[in-house]
Design a protein around this ligand. Structure first.
Ligand code: SAM
Length: 345
């Protein structure tokens, strides 16, 4: 029988393992010397301006969103880090609420897995929700992010100050050192390609109560929406855990179902698309509309594949296009026309 390090640790000390113990080589990917703040332009104006942490690195262009919170535009990808309809609102409506963190906060310990930590809004909104409902809830947060300069840039702009103390201070420590160990929070930021770091999380038997899946969109970042990556996420989700994502793409939903999840649709607000919430056990997931169910029967539902978790975005997109061409499923454009015609009749 494989030994479970968590069980061993609990037995040995009669106390919950620290993230240090769960991940014995903490933050191996994290630079030992965090980017000194002196590299940042000072003083920070209240009106954010585009800047780069390192002259040869990406430029972060601040954008205001409809709820008054700020995000960055990523010129490399051609996409914002959040919905323009509200960055913090998106964190609350698409991630925190669907994972039922207010209810889960009644547990003494709550484990969060934040895939694509970015500016840290999803984690910050989660901590705010949990500690509003139970200030004594101990949170274990594992966050995966490719680029350390993104969370550091958000801290430098002061955007985390929207959240109540001690959240900004804790997440500043996480962005600069990669590790936080307090009575309320144990957090670790893993830097690198999430396709690799997720395997470390899995090997440590981390079982999340809530997983946030928040990469750039599937056409721009298919690597983190593949069936294989989502199967790794399923391995890191506890039996009663929930996974939430802003995406309602049929390819993502089918990958979640294939990985063993039951899925539901998260609320549509204004002209927002619904997101998706997934869980293994719970029957009370908000159900998919008939239209959403039919969408899953079309070629849009051919999943992204990355058998060795190492292919480039273009290879993953190309593989899927070929699979769609050979698929016996109805073409999505054909189905959309048929659906509209049937609605009119
Ligand atoms: C949409 S943003 C996430 C926003 C974030 N969840 C927040 O609350 O602010 C996507 C993030 O994914 C990161 N990313 C892109 N490719 C990645 C990869 N292969 N592994 C880990 N992170 C990645 C980007 O650096 C970016 O910060």
């Amino acid at each position: 029988m494989p030994t479970n390090p968590i069980a061993n640790l609990v037995n040995r000390s009669n106390a919950l393992p620290t993230l240090h113990e769960l991940f014995p080589v903490p933050c191996s990917l994290f630079p030992l010397t965090p980017t000194p703040y002196s590299l940042l332009p000072t003083p920070y104006s209240l009106l954010p301006t585009p800047y780069s942490l390192m002259p040869d690195k990406k430029v972060f262009t601040p954008e205001i969103t409809a709820d008054g919170s700020f995000t960055f535009f990523c010129s490399e990808i051609g996409e914002s880090y959040h919905s323009r309809q509200g960055a913090i609102e998106e964190a609350q409506l698409k991630f925190v609420k669907p994972c039922q963190l207010a209810e889960k906060a009644q547990q003494p310990v709550l484990r969060l897995l934040d895939i694509c930590y970015g500016l840290g809004y999803n984690s910050a909104a989660a901590l705010a929700e949990i500690w509003t409902h139970n200030p004594h809830c101990h949170v274990q947060l594992v966050a995966l992010e490719l680029d350390s300069t993104v969370p550091q840039a958000a801290i430098a702009q002061g955007w985390l100050n929207h959240f109540a103390n001690p959240i900004p201070q804790l997440l500043e420590a996480l962005a600069t050192t990669g590790l936080v160990e307090t009575q309320q929070l144990q957090a670790q930021l893993y830097l690198g390609d999430a396709r690799k770091t997720i395997q470390q999380v899995q090997q440590a038997y981390f079982q999340a109560d809530a997983i946030f899946l928040d990469p750039f969109s599937p056409p721009n970042c298919p690597q983190l929406w593949t069936l294989e990556f989502i199967q790794h996420l399923a391995q890191c989700c506890s039996d009663t855990g929930r996974l939430a994502t802003y995406s309602c793409a049929a390819a993502v939903r089918i990958a979640l179902i294939t990985a063993g999840f039951t899925i539901g649709s998260t609320i549509e607000v204004g002209n927002r698309q619904p997101g998706t919430v997934a869980s293994f056990t719970e029957a009370d997931l908000p159900s998919l509309s008939i239209r959403e169910q039919e969408h899953l029967q079309t070629r849009a539902a051919v999943p992204y594949r990355d058998p060795n978790l190492s292919d480039s975005a273009s290879d993953i997109l190309h593989r899927r296009r070929l699979e769609q061409q050979n698929s016996l499923l109805e073409a999505t454009s054909h189905w959309k026309k048929r659906w509209l015609r049937e609605q009119r009749e």
